[in-house]
Design a protein around this ligand. Sequence first.
Ligand SMILES: [Zn+2]
Length: 478
Amino acid sequence: MEIKRRTLLQGLAAAASVLPFATAAEAAETSAKPGKGRKVLIKGGYVATVDKTLGELPNGDVLIDGNSIAEVGKDLRVTDAEVIDARGMLVLPGFIDTHRHTWSTILRGMIPDGDFPIYMKVIDESMGQHYRPEDVYAGDLLGGVGAINDGITTMLDWSHIMNTPAHADGAVKGLRESGVRAVFSPGIPITPMTLNTPDYVADIQKKYFSGSGDQLVTLGMSVRSADAKTYDGCVADMKFARQLGIRITMHVGVTTAAIRGITKLNDANMLGPDVTYVHPTGISDDEFKMIASTGGTLSSAPVAEMMSQGGFPDVQHWLSFGLRPSLSSDNETRVPSDMFTQLRALLMSDRGQDIARAGKEKRRSNLLPLRDVLSFATLDGAHALGLEAKTGSLTPGKRADVIVMDLSDIKLIPINGDPVATGLLHGRASDISWVFVDGKVKKKNGKLANIDLAHVRKVVQGSHEYLTKRAAQEAAKG
Ligand SMILES: [Zn+2]
């Protein structure tokens, strides 16, 4: 089938003229941010800690003190805390997205019917070329704020839009302003621009990440894939990341599988616990063993994988090697980025495959437990990002990355015994009432808080107008 790039771009340009931006004034929230030591008691909710020791508390309290979780228990007696009445609500650790090309958030929904070749042509090879630093800033700001709105408190920004060093400045600025906890992971640009070596990452580290490492935004590295054309670059990038002491994230799609790139890396002694393998759908059993034995982690973007020749995520197969996946959204040009979409897609993919296998093997199917999927979306994500000591579960001493879901909406009642099932299977991002990132209130009573939304809209509008013009010019070229 011919790829109708021109038609797609024309569609975008036309859509921009009939879909004006919302003009309603959104006053910046001016309420005071919680200071160090300010206490918030989330009281009487169904608390699913995702901490093996603490388990779930049907009528539990979570005490936040400053930027940390101070206590989790029943009937906590605290007199000097602001109290959030969480009765009828579900209290969870914030979700964690371990792979998102946040820069492309400005191109949200641009290719609704695009398969992977269209994605590569329109987004990476065409629009990506036009991206300026301010567009990366706009994308990361919008993506970070959108993530918080969806209850995603931590994400890895897989930033392969580093056309110039200033593009990294834009990404860091956008992530920091958004207030999300993020691992900024720059890489070699998607198309050859000025940065065809990873040397600039050392400058970024000096410029922004030479502190204690206890910042909300930290540094990782997106390396080139172990594919036929980029294998040597992959090895060079991995060595460079290790010199800088930062974690590695790597796409391992069908092109890596084609040359058994993971086997080659294993033979070269390059695998390790600092590597996250993204899109683990084309990996051989021997390679899963290599990843498991070297302590590597997986990131599955279920919808993107099913739409990109990667096949269906087969979680029970991964688990058989002792590999627990984390979850990711990939990008918003054709996939919704909220965690409900990802975790349900993973659940359905795995259950569907096992039910089909069970039919052939004349056995009962083994349904992937929902609690496992909750862990993939939280604690296993923290593990994949090297942030397990800091986030991923409601454990005293960890940073207060907490979300509270209101389960009273008409689509959620009645709760048949399991608020986690109600929240994860039937809930939506709009049911998330409160979001705390590092103890700071980022969403309050269902509305984003302490973020200047009027500013975000203005930034997005400026970038969108510019990119729309570029899209129209590309369409004119044909
Ligand atoms: Zn990706």
